[in-house]
Design a binder for this molecule. Structure first.
Ligand code: CMX
Length: 133
């Protein structure tokens, strides 16, 4: 599995974009709202991988809840797989709890599923598979 991206929860997306533009010395390559997840995402390329800034689009977004509880910071790590449904079955047979029974639409042309953070030593893990535009 390749580390596809690291998701960072931010309380002010525009301010965070400015900071990360300075950090990477380049602009983001993509911005996308995922309505179902109530998040707005902004992506920066970091070599083979990416950083995804995550802002809440409503107070009941999981990102808003996460920030209220833990403050801004690393929210999840996403690993890319070739066949998400196959990996979901494998993970379930290994005793991991999946947070959805079916793949969900993720940002940046991906289908995704999350594993419960309690099953990965307190880290929210996303498995993702690329799909065409
Ligand atoms: N990392 C580590 N632990 C986390 C966590 C995170 N990101 N989010 C929640 N937790 C912990 C909580 O602290 C809590 O722990 P305790 O029981 O010890 O207090 C536990 O998990 C349950 O959390 P909760 O706040 O009670 O439950 P939620 O209703 O917030 O659900 C979770 C948590 C992980 C299921 C939810 O945040 C989720 O579904 N996240 C995935 C959605 C998401 O991130 N979407 C954006 C994706 C965009 C993309 O990449 O495409």
């Amino acid at each position: 599995m390749k580390t596809e991206h690291i998701g960072i929860a931010v309380s002010n997306l525009e301010e965070a974009v400015k900071h990360y533009e300075k950090l990477f010395n380049r602009p983001p390559y993509k911005r996308e709202v995922i309505e179902d997840q109530k998040v707005e995402t902004v992506f920066f390329k970091t070599g083979e991988s990416k950083v995804e800034l995550l802002g809440a689009t409503s107070d009941d977004s999981v990102i808003a809840k996460f920030i209220r509880k833990k403050g801004p910071g690393i929210h999840h790590i996403a690993f890319e797989v070739d066949d998400l449904e196959k990996e979901m079955k494998r993970m379930q047979s290994e005793g991991f709890r999946l947070l959805s029974n079916k793949p969900l639409k993720g940002a940046d042309n991906k289908i995704i599923v999350f594993l419960h953070p309690k099953d990965a030593e307190g880290v929210l893990v996303e498995l993702c598979q690329s799909i065409s535009d």
